[in-house]
Design a protein around this ligand. Structure first.
Ligand SMILES: [Cu+2]
Length: 151
């Protein structure tokens, strides 16, 4: 009879505490699935890669990127998903430290490659220290420009 009392106690605990889910009996499968969702949320927050989308809309040579400011985590590799929605016009994204874009970019696509819309590219950016950066398009550096905040 003492065993039954303990079983009840465990069932209540499973309902309220995620830690005990793994130890629960097969009868609690539905509850375990529900709790699994919470674990996924935690994993996404810490383990998934950051993807930053930067879009060149039609006419962006004159009007600029759709996103004039983006952010990324410090000291962590991230991906820029560059979407060129400008038919027949080549664009890209390159990154400069600080606000001065007169020198060499700290990151640019291999071979300074431009992609002609409609097209997409995934740029793998290495870890950057916290700070403010500027991105622009090699072909239209004064009109297509934005701020990347890393931190
Ligand atoms: Cu451009």
């Amino acid at each position: 009879m003492t065993t039954r009392v303990r079983t009840f106690t465990i069932a209540i605990a499973v309902g309220g505490a995620l830690a005990l889910t793994a130890c629960g009996g097969g009868g609690d499968a539905a509850g375990a699935n529900g709790n699994g969702g919470n674990g996924t949320e935690d994993g996404t927050a810490t383990g998934a890669a950051t993807v930053v989308t930067i879009t060149a809309p039609q006419g962006s040579a004159n009007t600029g990127f759709a996103e004039t400011s983006v952010s990324a985590p410090a000291d962590t590799p991230f991906t820029i998903h560059f979407v060129n929605d400008d038919p027949g016009i080549p664009h890209n994204v390159q990154i400069f430290e600080g606000e001065d874009t007169s020198g060499e970019p700290i990151w640019a696509p291999e071979g300074d490659e431009l992609i002609t819309g409609p097209a997409e590219a995934h740029y793998e950016i290495p870890p950057l220290p916290a700070g403010t950066y500027t991105y622009n398009c090699l072909a239209h550096p004064t009109t297509m420009v934005g701020t990347l905040t890393v931190g």
